[in-house]
Design a protein around this ligand. Structure first.
Ligand code: SF4
Length: 425
């Protein structure tokens, strides 16, 4: 799996640098590193305990270096068993579904997981299990048929005024429920993210004046090297009809060290630039992530969140409320709650749609409207996002609408029943 990632453009330059220099963790002398370290970032309690236990000779400054985190990702079952007490369904994952989405977890994100509990929510989202080999009805590798809507390599043009630019196939950590698990971390899609392919995608956008909004995703675009990311942003920003740029990323959750002062300084040059941040559980809202979000928000980047509804991870009102309220405190506006897409082997993650509606009902009115995301299904077959709402209109009395509020009370609203401004109003 590592080999499949170490070619073409899947791995970003910082990675190669670490490999080429041959710098090894064991080479860091304890006393010297502690003498030299500059503690500039907050480190959460469980992360500190993890670092002391597994990397006692590592300086905090190196731990907080995002390139070190990427370089030391856990990518094999053997490595994983060093940190977590694996249970049979986890151990059998690799033999049950060879060739599937690779395993990758940053040491930082691993430090947030319970090593003794396979039901730990973050662990469920990242550690493969045997259930990924079970194919349920209606599942497919590309349920949103994005490949069909590729206007150029790596460029999905589905909606009238916006495009999805798949800039890389690499992520610091791979979510087991990923909609694009068919392409992320796999060498076969490498050419899609080559410079030549990107030039073709940019040329398409230049020639298509209806495109006013470009969402850069992947993979995770914030795993790209600063220069490469800035090259792409600057090329897109030069196109007169592209009004808005957006970045979709899970980096603030799995690799918050990546949000460096230098990166933020560069991003600020390309406003209006929005970010959609992928979060799944309140355990992700650590001091490190708070600092990453604060840096982005201070740079004037509007932050929205995207969350996938997942069985055993966040499928309760309490968990979701805690996540959404926590995000809002970090100046991240909850944006979308997604019904999990029916990708191959996802049945163990998918909830009934009624669960999402129950959660929205449990949030709306019970907390600030800013903390309530829109619940959507990305329609299989390429239909795009469809928003779902709990029923609010429960009857009609003549022209009057009978409404139910968050507490279950019923109220009547004197509707116009016709055109606005008529006598009935
Ligand atoms: S970060 Fe996004 S693209 Fe990467 S594996 Fe997770 S869901 Fe997929």
């Amino acid at each position: 799996m590592k080999n499949s990632e170490t070619s073409a453009h899947a791995l970003e330059p910082p990675h190669r640098g670490w490999h080429e220099t041959g710098l090894r963790l064991q080479a860091v002398p304890a006393a010297k590193s502690y003498a030299l370290e500059q503690v500039t970032s907050p480190v959460g309690r469980s992360t500190t305990a993890f670092r002391r236990r597994h990397f006692p000779r590592l300086s905090i400054s190196l731990w907080n270096d995002w390139r070190w985190q990427v370089r030391n990702r856990v990518t094999s079952l053997t490595e994983l068993s060093h940190y977590l007490k694996l249970v049979p369904v986890e151990k059998r994952a690799f033999s049950a579904c060879p060739g599937k989405l690779p395993l990758s977890i940053t040491p930082y994100y691993l430090s947030l997981m319970d090593p003794d509990d396979s039901a730990d929510p973050l662990r469920r989202t990242m550690v493969p299990t045997w259930f990924e080999g079970v194919v349920g009805p209606g599942e497919s590798g590309d349920p949103l048929v994005e490949d069909h809507d590729m206007a150029a390599p790596g460029l999905v043009h589905r909606y009238p005024d916006r495009v999805l630019f798949l800039a890389t196939g690499f992520c610091a950590a791979y979510c087991r429920y990923c909609t694009r698990s068919r392409m992320v971390g796999h060498q076969t899609y490498g050419p899609v993210h080559s410079r030549e392919a990107m030039e073709r995608a940019i040329a398409y956008i230049e020639a298509t004046p209806s495109v006013r909004d470009v969402l850069i995703s992947g993979g995770d675009p914030l795993t790209m090297a600063d220069d490469r990311l800035e090259w792409l942003l600057s090329r897109l920003r030069r196109i007169p009809h592209v009004e808005v740029l957006r970045l979709g990323t899970k980096t603030p959750a799995v690799l918050p060290q990546r949000i460096t002062g230098d990166l933020v300084k560069r991003l600020k040059r390309y406003h209006p630039l929005f970010m959609s941040l992928h979060f799944t559980h309140p355990a992700e809202l650590t001091p490190e992530t708070a600092r990453a979000c604060a840096r982005l928000a201070d740079a004037g980047i509007p932050l929205g969140s995207q969350t996938v509804l997942l069985t055993g991870v966040n499928d309760s009102v309490e968990t979701m409320r805690s996540l959404m309220q926590g995000l809002l405190k970090m100046r991240v506006r909850p944006y979308y709650l997604y019904q999990c897409d029916p990708i191959t082997g996802s049945a163990h993650f998918r909830t009934p749609v009624s669960k999402g509606l129950e959660i929205i009902r449990g949030l709306r009115g019970h907390t600030s409207g800013y903390a309530v995301p829109t619940f959507v299904i990305d329609a299989p077959g390429g239909g795009g996002k469809v928003a779902l709402y709990p029923e609010a209109v429960v009857g009609k009395n003549g022209n009057d609408l009978v409404l139910t509020n968050y507490a279950g009370g019923t109220y009547t609203y004197p509707d116009c029943g016709g055109s606005p401004g008529t006598e009935a109003c």
